[in-house]
Design a protein around this ligand. Structure first.
Ligand code: 3HC
Length: 286
């Protein structure tokens, strides 16, 4: 397989715009697609803010930031994915929606285009089965905040070819990230370990053992975590955490992954964390 150069990113939310930014910062031309122009405009603002942080820190020049943004073109349809070497999908965590996108991409892209999913826990093997060419489907799992976190977890579906896995591993290095490969399983490795910890921290709040603030500071002071599990849940999005717990619970059919009742209530109330301004902490609009 030739080197992957032209990159498409589907979904301009938190993860999608971060992925587009790091790929463009590494010199790759990117098409970022979302259904609405408003979502694409929000994504550009987020990327500008993130690049501005790096300029302020002195790790990026004004010119490099401008060049990064110039390498990203936006689209509201999937047609511009036709000339991409790889399309990375970072849309809603629903198997049928992701499978639908793969089916559409099958119609638009040539057979050699690689299809990567940033899914946080959906079975890659099931996703790959939705493509007419399942060997080209692979998981490329980025972490939030994407410009900062080093790891990309690469998940091989049962069907993924060695050539696709090798090409995606090389691309991950080329965008300055560290690849680690995992076989396909519910939650893969990182979220299988991380989400139950956040869920258990929420159970500690539910049982009234300590305040959210104290639980977070215990994990920072006692386990040297950069942020506590409840603040991390707010960063990731509590709806995303619930989604991962449900995938683990239903996938493994094991009660040890049961979502906390309080996690469900928080999501029902719309207290999703940073993105809604309220979760276990409060986040006034900047
Ligand atoms: N863009 C660019 N740079 C950013 C940034 C962004 N969006 N956010 C933070 N930074 C940079 C800052 O400029 C700073 O750089 P410096 O150290 O070189 O000066 C550095 O990151 C640290 O930022 P801050 O000083 O503002 O804040 P903290 O020191 O408190 O760090 C944090 C913030 C990086 C978020 C840190 O608390 C952390 O690593 N937390 C854990 C995050 C984590 O576990 N993420 C994984 C979540 S799981 C996931 O995403 C998978 C999904 O499937 C659910």
């Amino acid at each position: 397989m030739t080197t992957l150069q032209a990159i498409g990113v589907i979904g301009a939310g938190t993860m999608g715009n971060g992925i587009a930014q790091v790929c463009a910062a590494a010199g790759f031309p990117v098409v970022l697609q979302d259904l609405s122009q408003a979502a694409l405009d929000r994504a550009r603002k987020t990327m500008e803010g993130s690049l501005a942080r790096q300029i302020k820190k002195g790790t990026l020049t004004d010119t490099q930031a401008a060049d990064t943004l110039a390498r990203i073109t936006t689209a509201t349809t999937l047609d511009p994915m036709a000339d991409r070497d790889i399309v990375i999908e970072a849309i809603v965590e629903k198997l049928e929606v992701k499978a639908g996108i793969l089916g559409k991409l099958d119609q638009i892209c040539p057979e050699q285009t690689v299809f990567a999913s940033n899914t946080s826990s959906i079975s890659l093997t099931q996703l790959a089965a939705a493509s007419a060419h399942p060997g080209r489907v692979i998981g490329m799992h980025f972490f939030n905040p994407v410009p900062v976190m080093q790891l990309v977890e690469i998940i091989r579906a049962l069907q993924t070819t060695d050539a696709v896995s090798d090409a995606v591993t090389a691309l991950t290095r080329a965008i300055g990230k560290t690849p680690r490969v995992s076989k396909d399983s519910y939650g893969f490795i990182v979220n299988r370990l991380l989400a139950p910890q956040i869920n258990e921290a929420i159970n500690c709040v539910y049982e009234g053992l300590a305040t959210a603030e104290d639980i977070d500071s215990m994990m920072k002071l006692g386990a040297n975590h950069p942020m506590g599990p409840l603040a991390l849940g707010d960063l990731i999005g509590l709806d995303v955490v619930l989604n991962i717990m449900e995938t683990l619970y239903q996938g493994f059919d094991d009660p040890k992954y049961r979502p906390s009742p309080l996690l469900k209530q928080m999501v029902h109330a719309g207290y999703l964390g940073r993105k809604t301004g309220k979760g276990f902490g409060s986040y006034p609009a900047a």
